[in-house]
Design a protein around this ligand. Sequence first.
Ligand code: HEC
Length: 135
Amino acid sequence: MGSRLVLSDTVAAMGSGARAAARAAFVGLCLLSAAGCRRAEGAERVDGSEVFRTACARCHGTDGAGGPPSLGGRAAPRNFRDAAFQASRTDDQLHAAIRSGTGTGMPAFAAALGEEQIAAVVRVVRSFDPRGGHP
Ligand code: HEC
């Protein structure tokens, strides 16, 4: 967020025409390259718990305990407080499931989250491990 504050300070110091042009250029850059925007954000420390709260908690619960199955007999959102589940997956497998989805109710997040954000949210998933897990 720091860089965005700096940007708006700089932009505020310009005349209104220059300000509009600068804003258009910045938005244009983001539209041209979503990956570029993600990388710019990734340069700062990604807050995995913020990602979890906004993108995952509605299905997996704010406490990671999972939720009821969606309609249509699909799988229930995973309970991350289940030690057996935690033990049965590597970090890479969790990362892949979040990036690509499972095809059984867990959506793919590749379009919404950058690699750093996925890695950060994998750490949050691990933090629910009742055995103490990773930090
Ligand atoms: C629309 C509801 C929904 C949302 C939103 C959602 N999930 Fe899931 N997730 C599921 C369901 C349902 C499953 C169980 C799928 C299965 O067992 O095949 C699941 C399974 C998982 C698994 C286990 C995959 C495995 O290896 O069995 C992980 C890890 C996971 N979700 C992480 C996340 C993270 C992190 C987010 C947020 C970025 C998220 N989920 C958002 C519904 C959701």
